[in-house]
Every structure is written in structure tokens, then in C-alpha cells.
Design a protein. Structure first.
Length: 147
């Protein structure tokens, strides 16, 4: 059935539920996993010149993101190892998260995406946006949503 599962994660508690489901499914099916984290760089949503953000802050922010990403991917890789599931990890920068998730699934030949959703609807979904909703809307790969 499914041979290669993509699990996008940001390290949040909700995303961890998707990680658990994705790894369990992969173990059951004998599939491999690719885990991906995506971050939009500080410059993607904030103009340094206009905001007065210093170069030092930008560097600090970048270092903190790297530490967070390494921690998230290490935890997932260790969980996969304990479950006996082959796992690759990838960190994508400077793109919209939904685009990176879809591109990673396509580039890596994943046949299922397992990801979390907050389950927002109505105005909060429109205002906050939803990476999961955008993946569902644009991906050609099947998506299993965990809430």
C-alpha cells in the first residue's frame, strides 16, 4: 500500500501526535519515513530596515531556529529508530511551508503525507491560514490529517 510516508513537523505537541501516527503506520506497513521541518526565514515576513531589527537579533534568531530544528528532527529520528522504521530527515528554509511539504513529497517519491491540523474553521481558519488546508488543496499525494 504505502511505502514512503512524509511527516512534516514543527515540534509542537499537536505535530507530535502526527509523528506518532505516522511512525506507527510506517511500522505496520513496513514503510520508510521522511521527516521535514520548514521555516520561513525572518526576512520572509519582516523587513529589517523598516522594523529596526538589528543584525545581532537576526543572527540570534537564526541560531535559535537551527537549534530548534535539530532538536525536533533528532527526536523524530530517535523515535523512528526505536520503532524500527527507516527515516531520513530534511530541513527546508525560505519557502512557504505548504509548498515545501508538497515539493518534498514529490521530490522524495512519498506516497502519503501524515500531518497535523488544529481543526480551525470559519474566520479563524481564514485569518490564521492553514498549512494543512493548503497541502490538502494543492497536493497530488494523499494526506492523512491527525487532530
Amino acid at each position: 500500500m504505502y511505502r514512503h510516508i512524509l511527516i512534516p513537523t514543527d515540534g509542537s505537541e499537536l505535530a507530535e501526535r502526527a509523528v506518532t501516527h505516522g511512525l506507527s503506520l510506517a511500522k505496520f506497513l513496513g514503510a520508510k519515513v521522511t521527516a521535514v521541518t520548514v521555516d520561513e526565514r525572518l526576512g520572509a515576513w519582516l523587513s529589517f530596515a523598516e522594523s529596526g531589527v538589528t543584525e545581532a537579533f537576526a543572527q540570534y534568531y537564526t541560531e535559535q531556529i537551527k537549534k530548534h530544528v535539530a532538536s525536533v528532527l533528532d527526536r523524530l529520528a530517535n523515535a523512528a529508530k526505536q520503532a524500527g522504521v527507516p527515516c531520513d530527515t530534511i530541513h527546508v528554509q525560505d519557502v512557504q511551508p505548504y509548498e515545501a511539504i508538497i515539493a518534498t513529497a514529490t521530490d522524495r517519491g512519498c506516497d502519503l503525507i501524515v500531518m497535523a491540523s488544529h481543526g480551525r474553521s470559519g474566520l479563524s481558519a481564514m485569518v490564521l491560514g492553514s498549512v494543512t488546508n493548503k497541502v490538502l488543496t494543492h497536493a497530488k499525494t494523499p494526506v492523512l490529517v491527525v487532530q
